[in-house]
Design a protein around this ligand. Structure first.
Ligand code: TYD
Ligand code: MG
Length: 452
């Protein structure tokens, strides 16, 4: 039932209707209408002459604007503080997105525990779990996690009233999809609800100077109603990534009004909570298998170099078309690399299944990973190990004409590889200008039966 206070807006063509309909009357799309709170009509001015009545305001020169520099609130979790740009800014709104089970509640719980331990007032609001469940988790966590005040509540009005009454310095809302504004009819988690919830929490946060960590679920496709529509509303968007079954997780900023979006934190999920991994490269290099199909990628995770193992398996397939399975890299990049390998380096995976995996559950989202994928697949196809004494490291983008293209921060990648004694490093350059040359450098000349 539509109420006078809400309206249904099409997410495709932005048409408005007073009632919910299955099909949008504007563009004919199905299931695109979402409930939203009605915007108050603009008072005065609209009719007739068009002149507004409001008095003009005087702009201020930027250099004359008083800017208070608030001390950042340190969460005590180094990797989190770094990604935030030095800690939480009072009164700011941070959205922490990630798929279910990745560790969002654990991370926020630990952060509040540390803040509480440091003498800041905190509040943990959960619409997902009961207070007893939250306690059970907190018992496993280090620090003052058990001292954090909790409220298990899904009614937005109660949540806002509590935030105002308690006025904590830092508040966690877990999650934005579980809160419900009673004056909107949509189910909790619908686009209209999520936007309304975030909007009203923002207002209270700014008024009371409460730093709010808003937890939001994202599905694998990143499609779920929620985080996407909130990005413009919040000051900072953090993405917590990794495979739930694996140990490693990365935390990166997709947007940050108070810092750079270049920093990435690496965590490991242990039985006593999330532990920061400062020497991630050492871990991944130490775990590298050195079998055919394995190569070390000198990747950049934001502004930090990171060595990770990329593995490939190529095996005969009965399926048409054969499988192309990736973990941690983009599937389309694999398709591109396979095509260039076949066309320009004489190594075809043909009708075989190809699996490519970034070890440890790390996700690499940069073109510099192309060469590692190509070398791992080439080594798997040939059944040849790369590197005699130490694993071979590599990085570089693969171009469509078979050339290797330079990528950013070559010097830092080389330095990181050198730190761990990885030699040689195969990278775009005079000796290896093409993928064919790189494959030759890594695997040696092909046996004569392989068409060169
Ligand atoms: P959780 O923080 O509840 O994930 P999210 O809030 O993102 O849905 O935790 C996810 C998983 O982490 C859960 O399956 C249990 C595991 N876990 C540990 O391995 N060690 C721990 O100390 C904790 C608290 C959780
Ligand atoms: Mg949770």
């Amino acid at each position: 039932m539509a109420r006078a206070t809400s309206v249904f807006v099409c997410s495709s063509c932005a048409a408005e209707t007073p009632r919910w309909m299955g099909q949008c009357p504007g563009c004919g799309e199905w299931n695109t209408l979402n409930e939203e709170a009605k915007v108050k009509p603009v008072a005065a001015g609209g009719r007739g002459g068009g002149a507004t009545r409001a008095a003009a305001s005087r702009p201020t020169r930027l250099s004359d604007v008083a800017a208070e520099r608030h001390a950042r609130l340190k969460t005590g979790i180094g990797e989190l503080d770094q990604v935030l740009g030095g800690g939480l800014v009072p009164g700011s709104l941070v959205l922490l997105g990630g798929s279910p089970g990745i560790g969002k509640s654990t991370l926020t719980n630990m952060a509040l525990g540390n803040l509480e331990g440091a003498g800041h007032k905190t509040l943990y609001i959960s619409g997902e779990e009961s207070a007893a469940q939250i306690r059970l988790r907190a018992e496993r966590l280090p620090g003052a996690a058990l001292q954090v005040p909790v409220l298990a509540e899904t009614d937005l009005d109660v949540v806002l009233a509590t935030m105002e009454a308690e006025a904590p310095a830092v508040c966690v809302v877990d999650s934005v999809q579980t809160l419900h504004a009673s004056d909107l009819t949509g189910a909790a988690g619908s686009v209209g609800q999520v936007r309304e919830v975030a909007d009203r929490i923002t207002r209270v946060a700014k008024q009371r100077n409460i730093a709010v960590l808003l937890v939001g679920h994202v599905t694998k496709e990143g499609a779920l109603a929620g985080p996407r529509v909130l990005e413009h509303l919040v000051d900072c968007v953090l993405q917590f990534e990794g495979e739930r079954e694996r140990t490693y997780r990365t935390l990166r900023a997709l947007k940050n009004r108070f810092g750079s979006t270049n920093d990435v934190g690496v965590f490991e999920m242990r039985s006593d909570g999330l532990v920061e991994v400062q020497d991630a490269s050492a871990r991944f290099v130490g775990e590298a298998t050195r079998a055919p199909g394995s190569v070390v990628l000198a990747a950049m995770e934001g502004s930090r170099p990171l060595l990770v193992e990329v593995q490939a398996l190529v095996s005969p397939s009965e399926l048409v078309p054969p499988r192309r399975v990736v973990n941690g890299i983009d599937r389309n990049r694999l398709a591109l690399v396979l095509a260039v390998l076949a066309r320009h380096a004489g190594i075809g995976a043909g009708t075989s299944d190809v699996f490519v995996n970034v070890a440890g559950g790390v996700r690499i989202d940069e073109p510099g990973a192309d060469l590692a994928v190509a070398l791992a697949v080439a080594s798997a196809v040939r059944g040849v190990t790369m590197g005699e004494l130490a694993p071979i490291a590599c990085f570089g983008e693969v171009g469509l004409t078979g050339e290797l293209r330079t990528v950013a921060h070559a010097d830092r990648r080389l330095a990181e590889a050198a730190k761990f004694g990885l030699k040689p490093v195969i990278a775009p350059g005079a000796e290896t200008p093409s993928l064919r040359a790189a494959v030759r450098a890594a695997l040696g000349a092909p046996p004569s039966r392989v068409a060169a």
